[in-house]
Design a protein around this ligand. Structure first.
Ligand code: CGF
Length: 826
């Protein structure tokens, strides 16, 4: 039986596009530019979405479901146009309608800027979660910031990364709605005046503050084929009163200017750091700004239909995406006590029952800590509350552990207090002030419990749980890889689109020669598509018959792009020295942005490009290796890359990558993982079987043991392993740069003879041989077409666990306890 499709009126869409082109631009279709046609089409789609959006709101008003507020400083949404069409089940109809108007849907899609309000995995995870929440029928709000400039655009000049601001709002955003009727005020600075009012109540009044108005912009988040439309609410800042002459007259000139400046700076730019904090005052202001506005909104929405504020948590839950939004704990306490007059204990109960925290990393440089004086100056009332939460918590530690044999209470306080060493520890605030703490893959959660957050786990084990990350198959397969999507649907039906566990049914095709050939033919076509992109953008010709070996992700030392490029250098050297040796041609594809101030990461980009330059031009190696660095890696080109990957490089130092999600996106598209036993790789191997992945290197336990004992000495490897020596020497002998000293800092990072404990912190040389060996195994496996096709197909067949639908359902069942919204079936 054919499944019901959402209704979509193609003729109406066409009329609407023509009308929009006319009324927005006073043009005919022939005169309109591609950008104008995109805008006109997007507004036409928005019209269709608005009806569903209103229906969803109405159903929610009637059914009063519990709502999850997913609070995140980052939402890496990617383009909306194509994704909205997919979820409206209108892609084919719109493509046809545009075809009839003589317009290519791909050209229209390409006009949309790629909204990059996030750095990497954490922000993209938030976007996948919103897609899944709507698809599963749960009421959710994404709460974030409407940065004027999102993640910078990366250009490569002379091999170096150059950051260019990304003015994504330049042409407006046709999908957003400005909701000034829901504006909120947010206050910074000043002091707290404490007094007793007429009723005898103690009042805490912030005075002498600066204030900005938070203006929400709503973006629709569509569920797949179910008519559900949730909301991503991102906040912009405006001054409360624009600069006024009378302020000057009253001597408030300074204050008026400051307020205006604050508002204009607040949402200017996303901090481009992943897994690392900038520690800047403006960042703390951004955090409080969007959290205060979002928490105020959630309370207001609840009180519209309910009168008992003490039961707020039965209708709302806050998921705090990393430490960035954790000031929500104190803000909720403040509002409940100061605005809604709950006692401390009443407010605390509501707060703990409302808040949940996700930890995304064990990298200490990413766990936010704020200097007390800054925190207190900027958020005086919030600081008082944090101070009191801390006082009570330290009390609790003392009560629990004093007189416990063998326990040093002071060390417990040192490791768990929220205020310590003149710092406010945001992760601790979130753990104490919420009822759930989760890691993002099994291994990560275990490391949190046994090491990073051990003391918390021992004190409150009931709060800890794991939620292995996931990704949405709608964007990363249905939209990104239509050839494979159609093939899968022809084989097993389209149930996989909303239930990825059904991919399992593909296993029965793993040994079917015809299916294998079809599967690899699709991969080949996707490789041709990427080869075309590379030719256009990099002016490099790559052979789709070579192995496409892909490492795309943020540039970070722990992710070890350096290990990858060192291996490429070694292979180059090997081919040059043994020109007759058998070698399966490989195309190494990199894509990565580095934080603007992260010098080692930026130098690694330069190295990759320098190696690419030399190798790609060296005719003597007969094109056996090509190296490509894809400029400005982002969601839209990621979709092309994942579909074309043969090998998925997931080679982080074991224990460092909390989960990873690129690994899942590539597996979904039939790439085979080459990785360490880190993050979600462990679970990928578990699902697909060791025979269908290439695993190498130190285990997380081995890495942690070395770290405990002060590291290892890479010089021993350098001196005893000629491969390693040859490669490292190439860094400083001018092979890849006229200036022999250019890459010396990378050489030093690996071998640093001055300070051996800092040498090769990420165990690159320690894992080098094992990595070479894994690369060799890959070439061998790929040469056997049948074996490779089976492996690739098995990866797609075994990816069922890694849908964000599964992750969200686990959050719902085990943490959030939401009810589904029933929508009227059309
Ligand atoms: O979050 C990350 C990513 N870099 O954004 N962390 N942060 N912060 C982790 O490093 C990834 O391993 C993880 O997959 C991602 C989402 O949880």
């Amino acid at each position: 039986m054919k499944k019901k499709q959402l209704p979509f009126d193609k003729e109406l869409f066409t009329r609407s596009v023509l009308y929009n082109v006319k009324t927005l631009y006073r043009k005919t279709m022939e005169e309109a530019t591609p950008q104008e046609i995109y805008q006109a089409s997007a507004y036409a789609i928005k019209d269709a979405i608005i009806d569903h959006w209103m229906t969803t709101q109405k159903a929610a008003a009637e059914q009063d479901p519990k709502i999850v507020y997913y609070m995140s400083m980052e939402f890496l949404m990617g383009r909306a146009f194509g994704n909205n069409l997919i979820n409206l089940q209108a892609y084919k109809a719109v493509k046809e309608a545009l075809d009839e108007l003589g317009i290519d849907v791909n050209v229209v899609e390409d006009q949309e800027p790629d909204p990059a309000l996030g750095n990497g995995g954490l922000g993209r995870l938030a976007a996948c979660f919103l897609d899944s929440l709507a698809t599963l029928g749960y009421m959710a709000y994404g709460c974030g910031i409407r940065y004027k400039y999102g993640m910078f655009k990366q250009t490569i000049r002379d091999g170096y990364q150059v950051e260019v601001p990304d003015a994504w709002l330049e042409n407006g955003n046709p999908f957003e709605l400005r909701r000034s009727e829901y504006a909120k005020e947010v206050k910074f600075g000043g002091y707290v005046n404490v007094y007793t009012d007429d009723t005898g109540r103690t009042v805490f009044k912030q005075e002498g503050y600066q204030v900005v108005r938070a203006i929400p912009y709503d973006l629709p988040i569509l569920g797949y084929g179910n008519g559900m439309v949730n909301t991503l609410r991102i906040w912009d800042a405006e001054p409360i009163q624009c600069f006024q002459l009378d302020s000057f007259d009253k001597g408030d000139y300074q204050k008026a200017v400051e307020q205006e400046n604050l508002a204009s700076q607040l949402c200017e730019v996303l901090y481009p750091n992943d897994n690392h904090i900038a520690g800047k005052e403006l960042r703390l202001k951004q955090q409080y700004f969007f959290i205060s506005a979002s928490v105020q909104t959630a309370l207001k929405r609840y009180l519209k239909d309910h009168d008992n504020i003490k039961k707020f948590y039965t209708k709302a839950v806050f998921q705090l995406n990393d430490t960035h939004p954790t000031v929500a704990v104190a803000e909720l306490m403040r509002l409940l006590m100061d605005e809604y007059y709950l006692t401390w204990d009443e407010a605390w109960e509501v707060t703990v029952k409302t808040c949940c925290y996700t930890n995304h990393t064990i990298m200490s440089e990413a766990l936010e800590k704020w200097p007390v004086d800054l925190f207190q100056r900027l958020l005086p009332r919030i600081y008082q509350i944090v101070d009191e939460i801390n006082r009570r918590f330290v009390d609790q530690i003392m009560r629990q552990y004093t007189n416990s044999a063998g326990i040093d209470v002071q060390s417990k306080i040192r490791s768990m207090a929220i205020l310590y060493d003149n710092q406010v520890k945001m992760a601790h605030l979130a753990i104490v002030g919420g009822h759930s703490v989760n890691g993002v893959a099994q291994l990560h959660t275990e490391i949190l419990k046994k090491r990073e957050l051990k003391d918390f786990y021992e004190m409150m084990p009931e709060k800890f749980n794991n939620k292995t990350n996931g990704i949405t198959q709608r964007r990363f397969l249905l939209h990104a890889n239509p050839l494979l999507a159609d093939w899968i649907t022809a084989k097993i039906g389209d149930g996989w689109i909303t239930d990825l566990s059904q991919m399992d049914k593909l296993k029965s095709y793993a040994d079917d020669k015809k299916a294998q050939d079809e599967f690899m033919e699709i991969k080949h076509k996707n490789k041709e598509r990427l080869a075309k992109y590379i030719l256009e953008h990099n002016n490099i010709e790559v052979d789709p018959n070579s192995i496409f070996d892909v490492q795309v992700k943020r540039l970070h030392e722990y992710k070890r792009q350096l290990l990858n490029i060192l291996q490429v250098m070694y292979k180059y050297h090997d081919i040059k020295s043994h020109p007759n040796k058998d070698f399966y041609p490989k195309t190494y594809i990199f894509g990565a942005k580095a934080a603007a101030g992260y010098l080692t990461a930026k130098l690694t980009i330069k190295l990759i490009n320098s190696v690419a330059d030399v190798i790609n031009k060296d005719a003597s190696i007969g094109g056996k290796i090509k190296v490509v660095f894809i400029e400005d890696y982002r969601v839209s080109n990621a979709e092309l890359i994942f579909a074309a990957a043969d090998v998925s490089e997931q080679i982080s130092t074991a224990s460092k990558e909390a989960s990873g999600t690129g690994n899942m996106k590539m597996m979904l598209n039939g790439a085979v993982t080459l990785g360490t036993m880190d993050g979600a790789n462990v679970e990928i191997v578990n699902e697909v079987g060791e025979d269908n992945a290439f695993i190498f290197g130190l285990s997380s336990q081995e890495v942690m043991d070395y770290e405990k004992n002060g590291g290892y000495n890479p010089m021993d490897i350098y001196n005893s392993n000629p491969n390693v020596k040859a490669v490292l020497n190439m860094l400083v002998d001018g092979t890849f740069s006229k200036n022999k000293e250019l890459f010396r800092p990378l050489y030093n990072c690996l071998l640093n003879t001055n300070n051996s404990s800092k040498a090769d912190q990420y165990f690159i040389l320690k894992d080098f041989e094992a990595y070479l060996e894994a690369q060799r195994r890959i070439s061998e496996a790929y040469a056997d077409k049948k074996r490779w096709a089976r492996m690739a197909l098995m990866n797609t067949a075994c990816c069922g666990k890694f849908s964000s639908d599964r992750t969200i359902q686990e959050y719902v069942d085990e943490v959030w306890k939401l009810d589904k919204v029933e929508l009227p079936v059309k």
